[in-house]
Design a protein around this ligand. Structure first.
Ligand code: NI
Length: 258
């Protein structure tokens, strides 16, 4: 059994075939899916989707691209949503200095406020970090985010940075790019980090793994990521699926793998 810990199934690209996409994931052994919020509307949609499907779970939060939208009212609405039994984390939140769609100061403020709120409601965090490694780490440290834990979604740092997160109990998210032939940094991480610190994520519809690179991504393709990680570590895909799913169970507070 696999667990896709990062999907964007609320996006309009799935409007025509969302049910089929979810059914294909189940057929490929992706038993649990986490639907990630990007703003208030998609957080609400994620919760609504998770409400009517037993194997779907949701997170709520405002992405750094949307950081300017995080006013007090939005924060309150997200806090209310976070209490829903199918909400497993706060995210995705963080800093994006790569696309840089929002001024850094606004991103930092939104990240800070959401970290404080996640801590107040006792939820782990799903963290987005593009070219902001040291600032993200410093803000997590300042917010004492290590206590409840979190995942560095689509981790883009080196092994030394990964080790700093592991030492603080955070998980490292691996996505489709680990299947790309030239992704040697990711191959190194996938081969050498402790398996009990890794989570598998598609980040669908983005980051489509080989051999479907260039097409819309979907959770059924998680198995290509699991297969590549298994190959890099000399393990069976079943072993990778079992351990990474157990990691998700621990982080998200699910009672078991059943
Ligand atoms: Ni994402």
């Amino acid at each position: 059994m696999l667990t896709d810990t990062h999907t964007h199934l609320t996006l309009p690209t799935y409007n025509a075939d969302r049910e089929e996409v979810i059914a294909r994931a189940q057929a490929e052994g992706v038993r649990r899916l986490v639907v990630i919020g990007l703003d208030l509307a998609s957080s609400r949609a994620a919760v609504a989707l998770a409400e009517c499907q037993e194997n779907l779970w949701a997170t709520v939060g405002v992405h750094p691209h949307e950081a300017a939208a995080l006013d007090e009212e939005t924060l309150e609405a997200l806090t209310e949503l976070a209490a829903h039994p199918k909400v497993v984390a706060w995210g995705e939140i963080g800093l994006d200095y790569y696309r840089h769609r929002t001024p850094r100061k606004v991103q930092r403020e939104a990240f800070r406020r959401q970290l404080a709120r996640a801590r107040a409601v006792g939820r782990p965090v799903v963290v987005h970090d593009r070219e902001a490694h040291e600032e993200v780490f410093a803000l997590l440290e300042e917010a004492e985010a290590w206590a409840r834990g979190g995942v560095m979604h689509c981790f883009s740092g080196d092994r030394a940075l990964a080790e700093r997160y592991l030492a603080r109990g955070f998980y490292i998210g691996l996505d489709g790019p680990v299947t790309f032939p030239k992704a040697s940094r990711l191959h190194d991480l996938a081969a050498h980090l402790p398996l009990n610190a890794l989570l598998l994520e598609t980040d669908c519809p983005y980051l489509t793994p080989h051999p479907y690179r260039g097409r819309r991504n979907e959770p059924a393709y998680l198995r290509y990521i699991a297969e590549r990680v298994a190959q890099l570590r000399g393990l069976t895909v079943e072993a990778v699926a079992e351990v990474t799913s157990a990691n998700a169970v621990r982080l998200f507070g699910w009672s078991s793998l059943a």
